[in-house]
Design a protein around this ligand. Structure first.
Ligand SMILES: Nc1ncnc2c1ncn2[C@@H]1O[C@H](COP(=O)(O)OP(=O)(O)O)[C@@H](O)[C@H]1O
Ligand SMILES: [Mg+2]
Length: 251
């Protein structure tokens, strides 16, 4: 089982949108994936048309003392299991330390499984859950000069929490190739991060917002769009990176 946390370096980077796209790519490929929304905002489900009124999810199940795994939605042909965060009220406690590690250990999941964690910026206990189990983290960066500082801050946080440096991967999202500063920032980040930065940035594309508004994955909503193609390339790159790491552990 490979466990990948996806997080932004500030709000609105597109971490949830990219988590949804990576989960959907696995579904399209017929490969098992368990996507868990650890963000109290509970937005990941909206990318798959789960109605806003549906308030179930792992957090709600814990509160009601029911089995959280039963709050999963089977998406598409069922290779994608989606576990929403569920309703949350300000001030409510997060799960106890080590909860996610113990729960993932007891799940009977298929061989070759992937767990994708949509990881929040500010809900510290959920962030702790994600970073204590993830061997890989995909950090989503805006094409903005602040990414140089924010990527460094995140890397320091992750290394201090025990995530191996080679497992910390990066992607630039909402990239506009017509803007000179976007291109300069990409070059700067490429020099800083080398092969840990995805070879292609993900383009800013209105199709992404429209797909969310329609509640369907962007590769279904606009299969011919530039952003759908960028996301496919990102998914392929990630699969190679994660597989290489699993092989080098086994060697
Ligand atoms: N490549 C993109 N092009 C255009 N809009 C995007 C792109 N990526 C994300 N968005 C939009 O940006 C907004 C914030 O994305 P979201 O995934 O919720 O960010 P985060 O989880 O990092 O806070 C959403 O409306 C989403 O549809
Ligand atoms: Mg988010």
């Amino acid at each position: 089982m490979s466990i990948l946390s996806i997080c932004g370096v500030r709000g609105g980077c597109g971490a949830t949108a990219i988590a949804a796209a990576m989960a959907w790519y696995r579904e399209e490929q017929g490969r098992p994936v368990l996507a868990i929304d650890l963000c109290p905002q509970n937005l990941l489900r909206l990318h798959f048309g789960v109605p806003w009124s549906e308030q179930g999810g792992w957090h709600a199940s814990l509160r009601h003392g029911t089995d959280w795994a039963e709050s999963a939605w089977q998406i598409g042909r069922g290779h994608l299991s989606l576990v929403p965060h569920g309703a949350w009220a300000a001030g409510e406690d997060g799960p106890a330390a080590g909860w996610l590690r113990a729960e993932l250990g007891r799940l009977a999941r298929p061989v070759g499984d992937m767990v994708l964690l949509d990881t929040p910026l500010w809900a510290q206990s959920c962030r702790d859950q994600a970073f204590s189990v993830a061997r890989h983290v995909l950090a989503v960066l805006p094409a903005d000069p602040i990414s140089c500082v924010l990527s460094d801050n995140l890397e320091t946080e992750l290394v201090a929490r025990g995530v191996p440096r080679e497992g910390i991967l990066f992607v630039i999202n909402q990239f506009d190739p017509a803007r000179r500063l976007d291109r300069d920032v990409e070059n700067l980040l490429r020099n800083m991060l080398g092969s840990r930065l995805a070879p292609l940035p993900v383009t800013r594309d209105e199709a992404m917002r429209e797909a969310l508004a329609a509640g369907v994955p962007v590769s279904v909503f606009a299969p011919e769009s530039q952003v759908a193609d960028d996301l496919r390339q990102l998914a392929v790159w990630l699969a190679v990176k994660l597989r290489r790491d699993v092989e080098s552990q086994a060697a």
